[in-house]
Ligand binder design. Structure first.
Ligand code: HEC
Ligand code: HEC
Ligand code: HEC
Ligand code: HEC
Ligand code: HEC
Ligand code: HEC
Ligand code: HEC
Length: 282
């Protein structure tokens, strides 16, 4: 009897945290599931404190308790100051990589100009990064701040194939630049630096050599500075097309007008015949 009692009470102690764990999002959402819940900010604006339950449950974090991220919540909530969430407590590797990146540096200088974890992944709707939906939106996200590079990517081989719907083997921005440790090409540690770009191409092109790696994957035919060869080729082709159409179209129009005028003249004076024909009938 005694042993059974110990068994049940220890089972209970084992299950209790689980019960709290399962209960907790619902507890928090009893307030934060209210669309009207807002907080006044120091600058006079208001911030919504609403959390959409459906989005949260469908996110990769849907089965975590709210307090596994919001570790600062205390019993005195909402009178407490819970503080910022640190993604690094569970994603140390990505966080370390990000800290070394140009984005982290630029974020420190101006948080509105450069991405942090939340800008790229969201807060309560974080999606699995391998999903097709995430990949598509992530490329566009990079493009929000790097519009020219997005354009030239879709103008060249890899991006054109991707835009036809093939994303499986094709490189997306982060397959070449990495997702977290993004560095400018002038930095030798960068995936696209002179020293390392060949290794980046070799990952998918096992026969690549130094010459192959020099291929301009962001070739911009509109920019003389970016790619003079493409620029001039494009320029000359456009000139040829322009002149071909520039001569052919007016030529055809003039020809048409001449035809029309002659036909009208013929209709007005039907008996007027070319001299050769009228001469032959006499
Ligand atoms: C009784 C209703 C209530 C419950 C339950 C509740 N909250 Fe809150 N929460 C609030 C209110 C009200 C605020 C705004 C406080 C303020 O104005 O500073 C808030 C603010 C917050 C903030 C934002 C803090 C900030 O300064 O940006 C977070 C994060 C938060 N709650 C998380 C949680 C979590 C996680 C739980 C569950 C463990 C929870 N809340 C349970 C009412 C509640
Ligand atoms: C994966 C981590 C994570 C989980 C799990 C999580 N949150 Fe958050 N939450 C964040 C982040 C990140 C922010 C942005 C502010 C910050 O950095 O602290 C945030 C902000 C908030 C805010 C402030 C308003 C806002 O949207 O910025 C509230 C309220 C909140 N969370 C409630 C909840 C509730 C309720 C749950 C559980 C249903 C929950 N959170 C689960 C990461 C999380
Ligand atoms: C308490 C631990 C915890 C915290 C804090 C946390 N995560 Fe997660 N995260 C997880 C777990 C566990 C998974 C794996 C879920 C799965 O594989 O189904 C995950 C998965 C992810 C994924 C998808 C991974 C993949 O394989 O595609 C991303 C992206 C992600 N988290 C981003 C974040 C961001 C951004 C934050 C900060 C707002 C954050 N996480 C905070 C535990 C956490
Ligand atoms: C510039 C946008 C960007 C920023 C900033 C960013 N991520 Fe990511 N993250 C991505 C992309 C894109 C992927 C998908 C990478 C892939 O599929 O190879 C990803 C993948 C992940 C994954 C899945 C595992 C992996 O490494 O592939 C986790 C976890 C993650 N990020 C967490 C974080 C955390 C935590 C932060 C902040 C320290 C962060 N990310 C900052 C874009 C970003
Ligand atoms: C919120 C805007 C923003 C988003 C989103 C963003 N970046 Fe950036 N990125 C920046 C800023 C700002 C810099 C630093 C520019 C500088 O200092 O010249 C930068 C620098 C870079 C650099 C180095 C080039 C340079 O000029 O220093 C690369 C490569 C890069 N980002 C790629 C990406 C990729 C790939 C993504 C998507 C996964 C992405 N960025 C998403 C703002 C952004
Ligand atoms: C096939 C690999 C590859 C892909 C995919 C790719 N890039 Fe690049 N990216 C490069 C290389 C290589 C360079 C250096 C090119 C050069 O010589 O200017 C570069 C240069 C850049 C730069 C300037 C870097 C600097 O330091 O000046 C940015 C920003 C950038 N890419 C963003 C993006 C974005 C955004 C995407 C997705 C839309 C993308 N890239 C896709 C390989 C790639
Ligand atoms: C994530 C994989 C991946 C990476 C990284 C990658 N490519 Fe590709 N690339 C492909 C695939 C797949 C094709 C189409 C199949 C093929 O022809 O090999 C392709 C095609 C090409 C083509 C078209 C001509 C050809 O050889 O078929 C060029 C040029 C090219 N890549 C250059 C580069 C350069 C330069 C780099 C490095 C900066 C690079 N790629 C990095 C996957 C990649």
């Amino acid at each position: 009897m005694k042993i059974r009692g110990i068994f049940y009470s220890s089972l209970l102690t084992l299950l209790l945290p689980l019960a709290v764990w399962a209960q907790e999002p619902a507890d928090c959402l009893s307030c934060h599931g209210d669309k009207e819940l807002k907080k006044d900010l120091a600058d006079g604006k208001t911030q919504t404190l609403f959390v959409e339950q459906k989005d949260y449950l469908q996110s990769v974090h849907g089965n975590l308790s709210c307090t596994s991220c919001h570790t600062g919540i205390t019993a005195s909530h909402p009178q407490d100051q819970p503080g910022k969430v640190d993604c690094g407590i569970c994603h140390a590797q990505e966080t370390e990589a990000y800290k070394k990146s140009i984005h982290a540096q630029a974020f420190e200088a101006d948080p509105s100009a450069s991405p942090d974890c939340l800008r790229c992944h969201g807060t309560h709707q974080v999606q699995k990064s391998g999903s097709e939906k995430y990949k598509k939106t992530a490329v566009d996200q990079c493009g929000e701040c790097h519009a020219d590079y997005r354009r030239t990517y879709f103008d060249t081989y890899h991006g054109k194939v991707v835009s036809l719907g093939e994303t499986k083997d094709m490189p997306l921005c982060w397959d070449c630049h990495s997702a977290h440790e993004i560095l400018p090409m002038a930095d030798p540690q960068s995936n696209i630096s002179k020293e390392r770009v060949l290794a980046t191409c070799l990952y998918c092109h096992p026969d690549a050599n130094t010459k192959f790696a020099q291929y301009n994957v962001h070739s911009d035919k509109y920019s003389y500075k970016n790619d003079p060869i493409s620029f001039w080729t494009y320029f000359v082709m456009v000139l040829i097309v322009f002149f071909a159409f520039g001569l052919w179209v007016p030529h055809t129009i003039l020809w048409f007008i001449r035809d029309w005028l002659e036909n009208r003249k013929k209709k007005k004076n039907p008996e007027t015949k070319p001299p050769a024909e009228s001469g032959g009938g006499a």
